[in-house]
Structure formats: C-alpha cells, structure tokens
Write a protein that binds this ligand. Structure first.
Ligand code: ADP
Ligand code: MG
Length: 865
C-alpha cells in the first residue's frame, strides 16, 4: 500500500469521527485513507460507482454529474457499465482514479466485502480507450545525485522497460522529452531541491521545468534505493540476476527502475505480469535532439501543436498502432550505428524494388491488430473476448505475409524479418475453431464461443433452447386449454415469466393459475410448471456462461503460453510496417537513399523540405499562385565549408532552407530515405536548432532570455560532429546588441584551429557577411530574388554570395502596407543610404488642445485590487 499520511481535505471527515457513520462508510474511509492525494475513489454500490465528499464535488464539476446527499455526505455516482468513459475523462484532467469493487454478491443485512482492485493513473492505465493507440505511454522515474541523472521508463501497456544513467542531464533530457512520458515519479522533496539550484545550473532548472510541465508524483525517497530497486526489478522480471540484460546489479538507475515497478504494482494492485526485459539506453549511441530543437524543427508537433505539419506527420505511413509507436521511438532516438541504419535502408530498397509485393504486404498489415497492448492487458488481468479476436485476426494474416516475404532472396533483410514471424498454427486453429464471429467487449455477455467447439457448452445451450421452445409453445397450448384467445406468456425482470389474461376473460382462468399481480387491463399469473421451467432456463444460462468463461480462461492461457513468440512476431510486424511505409513514402515523394559514413561531410543535391513540400502540394489545388517547392543543394564539411551564412530578404526562404538541411540529416539517421536527388551524411551526434526570439511565437514571454539560455546550451555542448541550425539569433534585442551577439557566436563556432561543428546560420544582419574575409571556413550564401519593376520575385534558390540588399520595403509592399507609407519609407531609405543622414521631417502639426490624463483609481477599484 501507499502509506502516505492521510491527507485531510475539506469535507472529508477524519477517520476518528468516522465511527458515527455506517459500517459501509467506515469501509469507505478505510480504503480512502490509504490512497495518495489527488485520487478519486470510485466505490462500487450495486450498479453504480459512487464518490463521496470532496471527490463527489470534484467529479460532479469535472463530469457534469448531479450532486446528491447520503447521510449529509455529498455524493455523486456513475453507472458501472459506463465507468470507462468517465474514467477516461478524469484521467485526461490529470487526476488519478481508484476503483473499489464488491468482492461478493450482496445479501440483505450483511456488509458486502469490498476491495481496492485498481488505481488508474495516466501513466499506468491499460484500457484501450484510455490509451492513444499511436503513441507510447511511458511512466518514468527520475533521480539526480552526484553521479548524474538516473532514469527509468516503462510502457506498462507493452512491457517496454528501460534504464539510463548519464553524468550530464543534457544527454538524457532530450530523449525523455521526445518520449513524452504521461507521468513522472521523483523522490519526495526533489522538485523543491531542483528548483532551488543555483541559477547557473541551467540543466537542473531544465529538469525541474520538464517535471513540473507534466503529471509528477512524489514518492518517499526510499523507493529509489538502488539495492531495493534491483531486487524489485529482478522479481518483476522473474530473473535471478540482470546479467542477461547486460546490467550490473548496482547500476545506479536501478533505484529509478525499482520506483517505476513499485508504482506500477501499487496501481495494478498486483505485480505487472508483462515485464520480460530491461534494456539500457545509452545516449552515446544516439543522435541527441534537445527539447528546444524538437520544438523548433517541429519533429513531433508543429508549432501550432498538432501532429499535422510536423516531421512525424509527414513521414508516417504506418497502418498499425504498434508501427506508429515504433516510428515515434526511432525518431526520438535516431541511432549512431551505421550497420543498423544501413539495415533499415536496405529493407526499404528491397521493398521498393517489388511494387506489387509491397502493395500486398501493406494490405495484409492493415488487418494486423495491436498485439503488444493486447498481451499487456491479458497478462495484467484486463481480459475480454475481443482481445482474443485481435490475436486471431493477426495470426490469420501471417501466412499471406510470410508468403509475400518468402519471395525475397534468401539472405535479404526481408527474409530475416520473415524468419521472425511465427505463424503458430495450433494457436491459430484453436482460436479460429473456438471464437464466434461477433465478439462482445464484456465477458458477461456470453456467446463468444462458437457452437461445436465444446460438447458440454453445446449441451447446456441445448437445454436453454429446448426450454425456450417449450415456453414459446406454452402460449399456444394454454390458449387451447383455457379457450382464452388473447392469453399471452411474457417476461419481466421482476417476476420472470408469467401469463397475462385480460379482464374480459378472467372467468376462464383455470384453478392451477396462481395470481401474482393485478394490472389495469387484467391479471398476471404463474403456474408451478412455468416456474419450474424458468428455473431450469436461468440455471442452464448461468451454467452455459460459466462454461464459456472456463473455456475463455483456457484460451487466454493458450495465448499467454505463446506470449514470447507473439511479442517477437509483433515486433517484426511493427518494423515491417514502418519500413514498408517508408518505401511507400519514398515512391510517393521521390526520395533517395542517402549514403552514410563516418566522415564529417553533409552533402545534399536538390534537397527539399519534407513537410513544406507536402504542404505546398496539398494547398496548390486550392490556392492560386502557389508554386511548387524549389529544391536546393547544400555542402558542408567541418574542416572546409563549416559555416554557411545565409542572408536574403524576409520571406525569401532562409528558415525553410536551413531546417530542411537538418531534417534531411535526421531522416538519414533514422534509416529513412530523404527528399533529395542525392545525399551524403557524415554521422551527426547532435542537432541543435535555435530561433531568434521574435520568431519563437509559441513561447512568448521573456524570449530573449530563453534564446540566450538556449544558445549558451549549444555553445557548451556542441562537438565537431554536431549540426547547428541558427535562425536569426540576436533578433530579440536592440540592433547593435543583437548584431554583436550574433557576431560573437559565429566567431565562437569557428574558433577551432582546423574544424568545428557544421553550422547553418540565417540572418538579416547584412554586416555579418564581412566575416567571410576573416573566417576561412565561413561561406556566404543568399536566397535569390529578382527585382522587376520595383517588385520582387522570390526565386527560392540558394546561391553563393551575400545578399546585396534586404528588400524590406518591397516585402512590406507585398504585405499590403499603404502606398503612402511605402513611398515615404523609400525617401527615408534613399537619404539614409546617401551620406546625407539628415532626414527631412514634415512641418510639425499643431498639438491637440485637450490634455488626456489617466484617471486616478477610485475607492471601489482599490478594494477590488
Ligand atoms: P525567411 O526565413 O527567409 O523569411 P521562410 O523560410 O520563412 O523565409 O519562407 C517563407 C515562405 O516561402 C515559406 O512559408 C514557404 O511557403 C516558402 N518557401 C520557402 N522555401 C521555399 C522553396 N524552396 N520552395 C517553395 N517555397 C518556399
Ligand atoms: Mg525566417
């Protein structure tokens, strides 16, 4: 149990004065008292889950329920069968939900035994409707000590479990941000400690910010103990040591891993049964994209917040949920291992070479269900017939999938993937034989086992049908026996089956009818025979359902027996989904296979921006005058053209260009093909991207400080292998300040004797172009425009050399500034550009006579403040 001091909240009585309540309410307090704060307790009462006191008030507001009273206690209830929907809403509001269920059938005059069966939190929920199918759902724990940051993250819905330790927070925070955990765990008091860190410990403050921006739960510090954690983790994984996973038993992140397992166990009210392995994440093996870069390059979300307009949105062609989640993971941690990158690329190439096969594979994949999550639920006691249907449907696709894959040459990547798919014919046949075509979501609805699968079930069902036939015959036989033509046999939930006779015929009722109820129109009767049959029917139905549940348990056991094979198969299917999706993408948008090596070159011929290109195309049909995307080259090398300084008027395409270079490098490193004619990428270890303050719309306040903080982070963490994208750095302050900072930043990046990080720097500071004469590895480029009758035409082409002018006035005109303002600006500009710096001012106008003053606040306003 989670023993945290009982939190007394407004309206909830202390356990001490709980005696004055009924035994049932005392039962309620006993459960409620053990729960962590911010947890709404759903207490099962018959067909409802009830909430009391403050929980009821909160829930009624959140869910729009009517508040009632019971023994003076505020109360609100939801029907048990609709609980899922309500729980989703509560979780979405960032609260936790505890479920307390009845453990036995209610008997009059006796207190029903109730137990806490589950705590649902955003990071530990498993129900399909509470999970985003396309996203991973991590619960993460973090601990910080002198050795560094120790993290563990678990997706309970799939069993994916990882640990990581890094001496530098900056190396771990990027991947954590990219994985976007739903819930965080930290030791008690840690948040306050991190917040109070000295101002110059930027990374600790970033960590604090990361935590407070998410649902973060504090646990007593001893749950983060390494030795305890190691034991907890080994117990959950069912192993005697962690050597099999390449982990020492004193790995410093095991404390965090233990906290994660502890918390998951608490919330499941049982040990998680789907943890099979624990992998170590090493930041040295992945390309790091820090949080600001993820945002600026719009990797997972566009600046507006949606998936549309993001890189992920543009390259996602997956058709399965598990595939979509794998793509997210690959994008969150692009690899630095050439062999792995080449393996993915080669698979895409093999698929592209066989268009009809590719189409057939994609078609079969659309029928594949979410096996990792189905297993997660089955293993953790969340079981219903539809989950088994998902396994059956997936297994049914495997023969076709393997047949298509078998056609690829032996030794090919696809042959290897094919070998990982296990068809499991006995399980497939069992499920096909046993499961009905239509499957209910609730076990108690019955009828999910196909007739003919089990003789005993068929016999029990036969009894019910036999009796039901007797019943339907009864109406006719009784009509004949009594001579009452309008006699009816009916059923309701209060009496069960009964015979109805209208008033006019009451004199014909035989003596063996037993009267049960008088209605406006007549009388209702039962007979001994009818009651006997009714009993048999109910009994048979109950027995049939009981038998079905037994069979269900056998089927679940058969599936779980193969869980390892199923999980492996699902992993291979997810890969196949992502990679075949990339093949489709490459064909659709004419991508090329980039060459990757250990060099420090970045060479792109006719590159395009993967997102803007698709956006322009989709808008072109609607918007007149939209041009298609203009491709551009790029050539960087850390010992040669190390820094490209891009100038050009506003709207020319500078930001688009420098981002497209970064996105192409990133795509290359996840193994995807890239939007270019030709491309060579020397492995990149980090991508940094920063945008000058006034472009950083999403953040708004104090942006200059943020910009400088982030720039500091780059300058401190970059290596010669990094790729840096700086967009209008320095714009957030006055011209001279900004220019000086930009200037110094460029010099700093160029400080190495022979080499430095590959950098693209877009700027409107014309003055910076002089640097080319002093810094040998800096090259000027500009985005070309054409002047035509005092108008400018954007050519979108990046050409060597600095832009000669900034064309601000022409751009302003395109933007629709009044013609008078444009003319005046031109006059001023001409003056400023000639040596004559005196600008002719218009004759002063008469000042307005009446003075405007600010009215002093009156008393009422003062009071309000
Ligand atoms: P800048 O940073 O120079 O002000 P942007 O990169 O923001 O300019 O580009 C302005 C607009 O021009 C973009 O929104 C995009 O629609 C268009 N654009 C940019 N580059 C290209 C290109 N290569 N081909 C076609 N349109 C482009
Ligand atoms: Mg720009």
């Amino acid at each position: 149990m989670y023993f945290k001091a009982f939190e007394v909240s407004i309206g909830t009585p202390m356990p001490s004065d709980a005696e004055k309540f009924t035994p049932m309410m005392q039962q309620y307090f006993a459960v409620k008292g053990g729960l962590p704060r911010d947890t709404l307790l759903l207490f099962r009462l018959g067909d409802f889950y009830e909430m009391f006191f403050e929980d009821a008030v909160v829930a009624s507001r959140l869910l729009g329920l009517t508040l009632t009273k019971r023994q003076e206690a505020p109360m609100a209830g939801i029907p048990y069968h609709a609980a899922d929907t309500y729980v989703s809403k509560i979780l979405a509001a960032g609260k936790k939900v505890a479920i307390c269920d009845q453990q036995e059938a209610a008997r009059p005059g006796k207190l029903v035994r109730r137990e806490l069966t589950r705590i649902l939190t955003p990071g530990t929920t498993l129900a399909a409707n509470q999970l985003d199918a396309q996203r991973n759902h991590y619960l993460a724990a973090l601990a910080l000590d002198r050795q560094g940051l120790h993290a563990a993250w678990l997706d309970l819905s799939t069993g994916e479990f990882r640990v990581a330790t890094d001496a530098h927070i900056e190396n771990l925070l990027p991947v954590l941000t990219a994985l976007a955990p739903r819930e965080l765990l930290v030791g008690e008091g840690e948040l306050a400690r991190w917040q109070a860190a000295p101002h110059d410990q930027i990374a600790v403050h970033a960590l604090h910010q990361f935590c407070t921006a998410r649902l973060c739960t504090e646990l007593p510090a001893f749950h983060f103990d390494t030795a305890t954690g190691a034991r907890t983790v080994m117990d959950a994984l069912g192993v005697l040591n962690l050597q099999g996973f390449g982990l020492a038993s004193d790995h410093p992140a095991l404390g965090s891993a233990g906290a994660v397992v502890y918390y998951a166990t608490e919330n499941l009210c049982a040990k998680p049964e789907n943890l099979r392995s624990l992998q170590e994440y090493r930041s040295a093996r992945t390309l790091l994209l820090d949080p600001a870069t993820l945002r600026n390059l719009e990797i997972f979300q566009s600046i507006r917040g949606g998936r549309d307009g993001s890189l992920l949105g543009a390259i996602d062609r997956t058709v399965t949920a598990a595939g979509a989640r794998l793509l997210e993971r690959w994008l969150a941690a692009p690899t630095l291992e050439l062999a792995e990158i080449r393996r993915r690329q080669a698979t895409v190439e093999e698929l592209l070479a066989q268009p009809p096969r590719l189409a057939a594979l994609r078609a079969a994949l659309t029928e594949v269900r979410d096996i990792p999550r189905i297993l997660g639920r089955l293993q953790n006691r969340l079981r219903n017939p539809r989950e088994l249907g998902g396994v059956k449907d997936t297994l049914a696709q495997l023969p076709a999938l393997r047949a298509e894959l078998a056609a690829f040459a032996t030794g090919s990547q696809l042959a290897t993937l094919s070998a990982q798919l296990q068809e499991l014919p006995p399980l497939r046949d069992l499920l096909t034989r046993a499961l009905a075509d239509e499957l209910p979501a609730d076990l108690n609805d019955g009828n999910f086992i196909r007739g003919g699968h089990d003789a005993e079930l068929d016999r029990l069902r036969g009894l019910t049908t036999g009796n039901k036939t007797w019943l339907s015959d009864l109406e006719r036989t009784e009509q004949e026996r009594t001579g009452i033509k309008s006699l009816k046999v009916r059923f309701n939930s209060v009496f069960g089956y009964y015979i109805e006779v209208t008033k006019a015929n009451l004199h014909l009722v035989p003596a063996d009818y037993i009267r049960k109820q008088t209605t406006v129109n007549g009388e209702r009767y039962i007979t001994e025979g009818l009651k006997q049959k009714e009993k048999e029917i109910f009994h048979a139905e109950e027995n049939a359902l009981g038998r079905e549940k037994e069979l269900f348990a056998q089927l679940v056991a058969a599936v779980l027996d193969e869980s390892l094979a199923l999980a492996r198969t699902a992993a291979a299917l997810a890969e196949l989904d992502v990679l075949s999706g990339w093949a489709v993408l490459a064909r659709e948008w004419d991508y090329c296979r980039p060459e990757l090596d250990e060099s420090d070159v970045l060479e792109i011929a006719e590159g395009r921006h993967p997102v803007v290109e698709q956006m322009l195309k989709s808008e072109r049909n609607g918007l007149a005058g939209m041009q298609s995307f203009v491709p551009n080259d790029a050539l960087l090398a850390s010992d040669d053209a190390q820094i490209l300084l891009i100038t050009g008027p506003n709207m020319a395409g500078k930001s688009t260009y420098i981002r497209q270079v970064a996105l192409i490098a990133l795509l290359a490193q996840i193994g995807c093909w890239v939007p270019a004619k030709r491309c060579r990428v020397g492995l990149v270890d980090r991508i940094f991207s920063r945008v000058g303050a006034s472009d950083d719309l999403a953040r708004g306040n104090s942006t200059f400080m943020v910009e400088m903080n982030e720039t500091a982070n780059i300058l401190n963490n970059t290596t010669d292998r990094s790729l840096i994208i700086l967009d209008e750095i320095g714009r957030g302050t006055s011209t001279y300040d900004g220019l000086s900072i930009a200037w110094a930043v460029v010099e700093h990046l160029h400080r190495g004797e022979t080499r430095g990080p590959r950098t693209l720097f877009a700027t409107h500071y014309q003055e910076l172009t002089q640097l080319e004469q002093h810094l040998p590895r800096l090259r000027n480029f500009s985005v070309a425009v054409k002047e035509w009758n005092d108008d400018i035409v954007f050519l979108r082409r990046v050409v060597p050399g600095a832009a000669d002018r900034s064309y601000g006035i022409q751009v302003a005109r395109l933007a629709g500034l009044p013609i008078g303002v444009i003319d005046r600006a031109k006059t001023i500009l001409a003056k400023l550009e000639s040596d004559d710096t005196t600008v002719e001012l218009p004759a002063p106008q008469a000042k307005p006579k009446k003075k405007l003053t600010v009215k002093p606040a009156d008393d009422t306003q003062m009071n309000l403040l």
